[in-house]
Design a protein around this ligand. Structure first.
Ligand SMILES: Cc1cc2nc3c(=O)[nH]c(=O)nc-3n(C[C@H](O)[C@H](O)[C@H](O)COP(=O)(O)O)c2cc1C
Length: 354
């Protein structure tokens, strides 16, 4: 029997957010059903569907049958499924019922939803969906069946975690519990480090205002760099918007900083440089500990290098001590899409073994 839930949360939410195609069912005033395939974005509260400019039988999106149906009868249903497998134990679906509304471009939530849809579906970048109404569906009831648990693909072996972890760049709005963030940070501490001195510190950003300050500070620095590189203004604007969206969308951000104050001091530059290199190496190990622990626990992380290029701006935005040297930005949350894996080089290309 399907597992009934009150709202779209947990594994069912992850399942919906991680997929790219669903089916929307509406009905007209007489109850005549109508189902269409949809692209959508789940923002943690509502499912958003763009009314786009794909070839359609009508020129005005307000005349689309789905729109007319929703205006007549806002009750809708959406199914998202994995139903194309010979292995029946892997079949799964989530059905949600909800109330749909047509959201005009000037209405609350429209701009953010379009940004998320464009990030999820790059094809939307070139379409004027920002100038058209969108559909927002508030779930009222959810039913999930089958292998919906997104973490079913995460068998608990170390090798599976190492191979399964990937850099995630888009997150659901679903928050991460403070205790989970603490566990991720604890994992960092168990990495090897030079003399066991743990040359790292971590800033955690969860508050919207602090996150905005960080995005703005790094954005200003990056904008200047891109302009200096001669990038056209529209390219700069698009890259800035994508980066800001990434920083905004992750429920938590960890900024790992190098902390050199406890390391050995040498009279010569070469040994001092080696000491710093060791610290950088161990911070990399600490970060990998966090990425693996997070993945193992069903969370997802990314790795952005931006703070390395704007350390002073990051320190100022987060009010960090002068001897914390920001090295990266690690978004933490639940993946909104399953990123493609980059292939790895074969061992023969990497190893000299005789
Ligand atoms: C030091 C470092 C810096 C990185 N910086 C970025 C970044 O700024 N933006 C980004 O999207 N990914 C960044 N990545 C992630 C890499 O692109 C990613 O690890 C690589 O493509 C392999 O993919 P995987 O992590 O999914 O296996 C960085 C990774 C490392 C180790």
């Amino acid at each position: 029997m399907p597992d009934e839930q009150g709202i779209l949360v947990g594994d069912a939410a992850s399942f919906v957010a991680a997929r790219t195609v669903g089916v929307l069912a509406t009905a007209d005033a007489a109850g005549t059903p109508y189902a269409v395939p949809i692209c959508y974005d789940w923002d943690g509260h509502e499912l958003w569907i763009a009314l786009d400019a794909k070839p359609k039988a009508v020129t005005d999106v307000r005349h689309l049958r789905r729109v007319r149906n929703i205006l007549a009868r806002p009750m809708v249903s959406v199914v998202v499924q994995d139903y194309l497998t010979a292995a029946w134990e892997e079949l799964a679906y989530v059905i949600l019922w909800g109330t749909a509304r047509i959201v005009a471009p000037a209405d609350d939530g429209h701009t953010a939803a379009i940004a998320r849809l464009r990030a999820k579906y790059p094809q939307y970048q070139a379409m004027p969906i920002d100038q058209l109404p969108a559909i927002a569906i508030q779930p009222t009831r959810v039913s999930a069946w089958g292998a919906v648990g997104p973490r079913a693909d995460r068998p608990a072996t170390l090798e599976a975690d190492i191979r399964g972890r990937r850099s995630v760049r888009r997150f659901m709005a679903q928050p991460v519990a403070r205790a989970q963030i603490m566990r991720v940070l604890e994992a960092a501490g168990w990495a090897p480090s030079p003399h066991g001195r743990q040359p790292w510190r971590f800033a955690v950003v969860t508050q919207p205002a602090r996150r905005e300050r960080l995005a703005a500070a790094m954005g200003a620095e990056w904008q200047a760099t891109l302009a200096q590189d001669g990038e056209p203004p529209e390219v700069v604007a698009a890259r800035m918007a994508a980066s800001r969206e990434r920083i905004r969308s992750a429920p938590a951000l960890i900024v790992p900083c190098l902390y050199l104050a406890d390391l050995d001091v040498y009279p010569d530059a070469a040994r001092q440089e080696a000491e710093t290199t060791m610290a950088v190496q161990s911070l990399g190990a600490a970060i990998q500990n966090m990425l693996l622990l997070a993945y193992h626990e069903g969370l997802d992380m990314g790795w952005m290098c931006a703070p390395l290029f704007a350390p002073a701006a990051v320190r100022a935005a987060l009010d960090l001590p002068a001897n914390w040297l920001p090295q990266a930005l690690l978004p933490l949350g639940y993946a909104a899409t399953d990123p493609k894996r980059r292939p790895r080089l074969p061992l023969e290309a990497l190893v000299n073994w005789d």
